[in-house]
Design a binder for this molecule. Structure first.
Ligand SMILES: [Zn+2]
Ligand SMILES: [Zn+2]
Length: 291
């Protein structure tokens, strides 16, 4: 009888211990789950609130890429996936521009904004024919453009925005502002979730200076620099210097086209390897190219 009572007391004590341990363990598991949830949320939250499905279609370039498209001296590309659809530069010839757009299934009507890098005819020559098809756009151009050019654009019914300092064009898209002295030029910057994409027309103010300005303006990594780098007559030493400067600035991908020159293109290809982007008329660059 006495043994049975002692056994029951022991059982009761053991029960209290098991129950206590259970409560403690449950509390620990709940806390652990809570911490894990917090960690998962922190990882899944976007680090940079940039564009995540940017597409750049090269509509006009003197370098060939896609069969069946016209090539001529100049540059133009379409930027989609951003808040507004943007045509950056218009090439030198309106007929080639519109024909290439048609072959690439780009409706002129889909363009909301036009950004002109600089006054040279190989970047502005296609504008008139384009505005003839789609006059209801806003055209961003360097303030230094001649008055009669601006009046001509307004004459089509388009709105003109004169760019002097760096400015925001639409969500995640910026202009460097007009840089340079002799030939003033603006470049386009798109903030993506992989860093900044810098697009240049001819890079007359100097490609390294432009990339440096973009980095200083938006304080972010540079994922891609593409467009005309204006290096046709640069010596090999100068080209090496520019490539080193790109690496120092942390540029991950380079796509020199238009007025970059064959020598620069092949040297960039050699130094950037898989991170070199071959650009010509009809090339489409998506986020998948910037892994
Ligand atoms: Zn130029
Ligand atoms: Zn040019």
């Amino acid at each position: 009888m006495r043994i049975t009572a002692a056994f029951f007391i022991l059982l009761l004590i053991a029960g209290i211990f098991i129950l206590g341990a259970g409560v403690l363990l449950t509390g620990h598991a709940q806390r652990k789950e809570q911490i894990m949830n917090e960690e998962t949320e922190a990882i899944s939250a976007p680090e940079v609130n940039g564009v995540n499905d940017l597409t750049i279609t090269v509509v006009y370039d003197n370098n060939p890429y896609k069969e069946g498209l016209g090539t001529a001296w100049g540059f133009s590309c379409l930027i989609t996936g951003t808040e507004k659809t943007i045509l950056f530069d218009t090439g030198g010839d309106g007929a080639i521009l519109l024909n290439n757009m048609e072959k690439l299934a780009i409706e002129p009507n889909s363009v909301e904004l036009v950004v002109l890098s600089h006054i040279h005819g190989d970047h502005t020559g296609g504008l008139g024919d384009f505005l003839g098809k789609k006059p209801d756009v806003t055209v961003y151009l360097p303030k230094s453009f001649p008055k009669r050019f601006k009046e001509g654009v307004r004459g089509y019914g388009a709105k003109v925005i004169e760019v002097e300092e760096a400015l925001k064009i639409c969500e995640n898209v910026y202009s460097t502002g007009q840089l340079g002295t002799l030939i003033k030029e603006e470049s386009l910057i798109v903030r993506t979730n992989k860093g900044l994409v810098v697009i240049t027309g001819c890079a007359h103010p100097g490609i390294v200076k432009i990339v440096g300005a973009a980095k200083k303006l938006l304080k972010d990594d540079i994922v891609l620099v593409m467009g005309g780098f204006h290096l046709e007559w640069a010596t090999k030493g100068k080209l090496q210097e520019i490539i080193s400067a790109f690496k120092k600035l942390g540029v991950r991908y380079a796509g020199p086209c238009h007025c970059s020159g064959e020598k620069a293109r092949s040297l960039f290809e050699k130094h950037f390897g898989k991170s070199y982007i071959n650009i010509g008329a009809g090339r489409v660059i998506t986020m998948a190219d910037l892994e």
